[in-house]
Design a protein. Structure first.
Length: 382
């Protein structure tokens, strides 16, 4: 629902001509996801941005033939179905690569195209749990914590877009052939845990839930201020910790045997956290952030979307942009990431209506006549 389409959105943000294929009448599932306004999904506006939109019932033979015609001139195909679905429709990579040997086909699924779990359905929540990350995320006396947004999908989408461009580069500067890319939802997350595998392999370490603390880094936590806000602190390097202690007016912390280096601070993190937390409770957030900025302490307030909408850093970086929209005139959403100074990306329009580009794509790209298009629509192919 999200990983494959979001990968295509990332490519579209940088100028790729992306054609989104949806089921006739029903449309993409994301069209029906909250938040909704006047019966229209606002989420769809973001994930469907910058794309040309067509409808095809890929289970029908005539739709499959039209799809194959589109594939002839396609650089990248991204599909997000359960493994075996495209093969059942006669649209597997082996078949499509005969039509277009330069095709790069990115296949996104819950558990990948191989292995004993390949046929399982996979949503981000299941992939997040399977990755192991919730086992060490959250507080020790609470259940494992899942992220409050589709983390697995978002990370997989980035790996998908990146791998697609790796393959295009290899094709264009190598043997001229495309290839099939197998992206699961859980593996990109698992790749990000870095020292987990080698730590378990060599030392038998099984990471557990420690709240906002890290076994390798202290102090590292969020601390509540007098005015009820929160500030995140990370001071694992010695100089950073020294600056923090100096700004707090507690230089004695630096020479305290419990806190003389990061290893010692990690061993006494509860005591150190209590000292810092008590200090924070006596001061307001804005005052402390001004103090920390002067002292070059690494710290940052915990922002919600209301804060973000007016934050000067977000504004300066154009992290939120106003985008033309067919339904609401203009809507705001995230800007393009990352920032290219030579060839910057652009959000040209928000996600549009189902089949908005059917006439343009099928008549101009594939050469169908108006009568042929009408007949296919009546048959439920388009």
């Amino acid at each position: 629902m999200i990983a494959g389409p979001l990968a295509a959105t990332q490519l579209a943000d940088f100028g790729a001509d992306v054609i989104k294929v949806e089921l006739p009448d029903v449309g993409d599932s994301m069209r029906h996801w909250a938040p909704m306004k006047e019966g229209r999904s606002l989420w769809w506006k973001v994930i469907g941005r910058n794309k040309r939109l067509i409808t095809l019932a890929l289970s029908k033979p005539k739709a499959q033939e039209l799809f194959k015609q589109l594939v002839r001139d396609t650089d990248i195909l991204i599909e997000n179905f359960r493994p075996g679905t495209f093969e059942r429709w006669g649209l597997g990579f082996e078949e499509l690569s005969k039509i277009n040997p330069r095709l790069v086909m990115v296949r996104v699924s819950g558990f990948g195209q191989t292995g004993p779990y390949a046929k399982r359905g996979g949503y981000g929540t299941i992939a997040e749990a399977f990755s192991g990350i919730p086992s060490f995320t959250g507080f020790p006396d609470r259940p494992p914590t899942l992220p409050g947004f589709p983390l697995a999908d978002s990370v997989a989408s980035t790996f998908s877009a990146m791998s697609a461009m790796f393959a295009v580069y290899n094709r264009d500067h190598g043997d001229g052939k495309g290839q099939e890319i197998d992206v699961s939802l859980y593996e990109p997350l698992f790749r990000l845990v870095e020292s987990q595998v080698i730590g378990f392999d060599q030392l038998g370490i099984v990471k557990t839930r420690q709240g906002n603390r890290l076994a390798e880094d202290s102090p590292r936590n969020t601390y509540q201020t007098r005015d009820g806000r929160w500030i995140g602190i990370s001071a694992s390097s010695q100089r950073t910790f020294e600056r923090l202690a100096e700004s707090m007016g507690m230089p004695e912390l630096v020479t305290d045997p419990r806190f003389v280096d990061n290893t010692s601070r990690c061993e006494h993190d509860v005591a150190l956290d209590e000292i810092i937390a008590n200090w924070f409770k006596q001061r307001d957030c804005d005052d402390m952030m001004a103090l920390f900025e002067r002292a070059e302490v690494v710290a940052g307030p915990v922002l919600d979307i209301r804060d973000i909408a007016t934050d000067p850093q977000y504004i300066a970086r154009q992290n939120i942009v106003s985008v033309p929209d067919d339904d609401f005139g203009s809507v705001k959403m995230q800007g393009v990431v990352p920032r290219f100074l030579g060839t910057p990306g652009e959000v040209r329009h928000a996600g549009r209506a189902l089949g908005a580009d059917n006439v343009e794509v099928f008549t101009q790209l594939l050469g169908l006549t108006t009568d042929e298009l009408k007949a296919l629509q009546e048959e439920g192919v388009i």
